[in-house]
Design a protein around this ligand. Sequence first.
Ligand code: SF4
Ligand code: SF4
Length: 223
Amino acid sequence: MKNIDSTYTNNSYCNLCQGKCCKSCGCFYYPEDVNLTFDNLISLLKEGRVSISTMISFKYKSLKEQEIAFMLLLRERNIKRDVIDLFSLPTTCASLTKKGCMYSEAKRPSGGLHLIPAFKPVLCHYDEEHFSKLSEWQQYQELLSSVIFQMTGLSFEEKLEEDIENYFYGFLKENFEEVDSSSLTEHKVMILPIIERMYPHLKEKAQERIKNENTLSLKRTPK
Ligand code: SF4
Ligand code: SF4
């Protein structure tokens, strides 16, 4: 990021809060952070610090009904999440150490550097440039989809459906390990109800998986 100044790096606020933003999710890269060729993306992802993920946005389908749209991008990897992590409950960024971010400011994903710290974490906010920079990922959707296919053998849509089914499965099993409580509330209140409306068949598949697992474990219980 050019011209980093103290507005963006108020370490006294960040030291006090100990990286609440990093505990809620890894930060987004901007396209300008990365050499965006197919081969370079494969090498970068194999290094283990970055995931292909999505940014979600809310759209009104009708006056009363909202939908969620997904845009592919790169994000610092979260703990216990995969290299292709299109949709999941966000966990702590895997690059957060006891001493803070493992990257120097010059090497940090730009999304993290555009978050302006405040004396209360809830007041930290992104600058005006952030969302327009993220929207530049729109031009790279095909490239990222081809990398997803190379790494998983699935199209973007197929992989997204797989991840959404796992998201339902995680909720049904109450697997909230490493998930920050405010992110969990945000998902429960704002995101899960929309995803349930959009993908009822995937929720049914997750329920079916759990039913089958329970049947299997009953069969295995010795008499
Ligand atoms: S930017 Fe805000 S939430 Fe993140 S570490 Fe600094 S004060 Fe905490
Ligand atoms: S890369 Fe660094 S600044 Fe970004 S979320 Fe991870 S620990 Fe925080």
